[in-house]
Write a protein that binds this ligand. Structure first.
Ligand code: GLA
Length: 338
C-alpha cells in the first residue's frame, strides 16, 4: 500500500522570490467565521474561537490569523466618512477586539469589499480605499480579505490595485505588514496580476462543503497550480473541514489537497464542535509541513484517467527536500486502498 499523502523521492532546491516585496513566505493559516456562522457572529463568538485556537493547540501548529468576514460593519459610515462597526455585535469596538487577539499572540484580520457595498449590503471600500486602509492600520489589522460585490463593473485590476497601494501607503513607516487577500473569485485571471498586487487571490467560487463543490474546485485548479508561490498564493477558498456532516474521507481529501496546493489554510468551522478525528486532521503536522514547505510550490496534476464512470487523478509536486504526491479517486473518494 502506498502511503496516500507523502512519497519522498528526490532532493529539490529551488527558491522563488516574493514579487510584492512583502515576504509572506508560506500560506497564511487561521480561522474565519463565514463557513460556520455566515453573518451571525459577534465579539463573544470571535473571542471564544480565538481562545480555542490557543488552548486547543491550533496556534502551536501555525493557525494564527483570526479574521472577521462580512457583517462586522455598521450600516453607515460616520459623518466624516470613516468606516465603523456594528455596536450591537461589537460593543467593545474593533480596536479592543484586535488588542484582545494580539494579546493572545495571534494576528487579526478584517473583511471589506472592492465595491460600493459588501455582499451582505454593508458599506464597501470602493473609492474609500485610503481612509479605510488608515482605519485598518489604526485598528491593528494584519490581514484584509477584499471581496468583489457591487463593483459597478469597474475593472478588477484597477480596484484591487487601489486598495493594495492604500495599504502600502498606510503602513509606510510602521512595522506592520498587512496580508492582502484578493477575493474576486477568479473572475479576471487574478493569478496573472495578483502577485504584483496582493498576497493571495481567490481562484474559485465559494466552497459549500458538499463533495461536488470540493471536487469541482480541485478540478478548476488543474490549470492554475503553476501560479502560486512564496509571497502570493492561489486561494481556492476557506476550508470546509471540521463539520460533522462532511464524511471523514472527504475532509481528509479536501484538507490534504488544499495543503499540498499551498492554499491558505483558513479554518471555517465552529471550533467548539470539531470532533476528535477532524481535530487530528487539522492539527496534522506532516500535512501542515507540506503546506508550509519553504519551496512554496503547488502540486500539479500529472495523471488523469476515466473508466467505468470513475476517474483517477495523480498529483505530485516538489518539496524543499523531496516530492509530495496526492492521489484521489473521484466517485468513491477512497484514498487508502492504494
Ligand atoms: C463572498 C465571498 C465569501 C464571503 C461572502 C460574505 O461570497 O466569496 O467568502 O466573504 O462574500 O458576504
Amino acid at each position: 500500500m502506498i502511503s496516500w499523502i507523502l512519497i519522498l523521492i528526490i532532493t529539490f532546491t529551488r527558491f522563488t522570490t516574493c514579487k510584492n516585496g512583502y515576504g509572506f513566505k508560506s500560506p497564511p493559516m487561521g480561522w474565519n467565521p463565514y463557513n460556520a456562522f455566515t453573518f451571525a457572529f459577534n465579539e463573544t463568538i470571535i473571542k471564544n474561537q480565538a481562545d480555542i485556537i490557543v488552548t486547543g493547540g491550533y496556534l502551536k501548529v501555525g493557525y494564527r490569523y483570526i479574521n472577521l468576514d462580512d457583517s462586522w460593519q455598521a450600516p453607515n459610515r460616520t459623518a466624516d466618512g470613516t468606516l465603523s462597526y456594528n455596536t450591537d455585535k461589537f460593543p467593545s469596538g474593533i480596536k479592543a477586539l484586535s488588542e484582545y487577539i494580539h494579546g493572545k499572540g495571534l494576528l487579526f484580520g478584517i473583511y471589506s469589499d472592492a465595491g460600493t457595498e459588501t455582499c451582505g449590503g454593508l458599506p464597501g471600500s470602493l473609492d474609500h480605499e485610503e481612509i479605510d486602509a488608515k482605519t485598518f492600520v489604526e485598528w491593528g489589522v494584519d490581514y484584509l480579505k477584499y471581496d468583489n460585490c457591487y463593483n459597478k463593473n469597474r475593472p478588477e485590476q484597477e480596484r484591487y490595485q487601489k486598495m493594495g497601494k492604500a495599504l502600502k501607503d498606510a503602513t509606510k513607516g510602521t512595522d506592520k505588514t498587512i496580508f492582502y487577500s484578493i477575493c474576486e473569485w477568479g473572475q479576471s485571471n487574478p493569478w496573472l496580476w495578483g502577485p504584483d498586487v496582493g498576497n493571495s487571490w481567490r481562484t474559485s467560487v465559494d466552497i459549500n462543503g458538499f463533495w461536488t463543490s470540493i471536487l469541482s474546485i480541485i478540478d478548476s485548479q488543474v490549470r492554475l497550480t503553476q501560479y502560486g508561490g512564496p509571497g502570493g498564493w492561489n486561494d481556492p477558498d476557506m476550508l470546509a473541514v471540521g463539520f460533522d456532516v462532511i464524511p471523514p474521507i472527504e475532509q481528509i481529501t479536501h484538507y490534504a489537497f488544499w495543503a499540498a496546493m499551498k492554499a491558505p489554510l483558513i479554518l471555517g468551522c465552529d471550533l467548539n464542535k470539531v470532533n476528535d478525528a477532524s481535530k487530528a486532521l487539522i492539527l496534522n503536522k506532516d500535512i501542515i509541513s507540506v503546506n508550509q514547505d519553504p519551496l512554496g510550490l503547488s502540486i500539479c496534476q500529472v495523471y488523469y484517467k476515466t473508466y467505468n464512470e470513475t476517474s483517477f487523478d495523480i498529483w505530485t509536486g516538489p518539496l524543499i527536500d523531496g516530492y509530495v504526491a496526492s492521489l484521489y479517486q473521484k466517485l468513491y473518494t477512497l484514498l487508502t486502498n492504494y
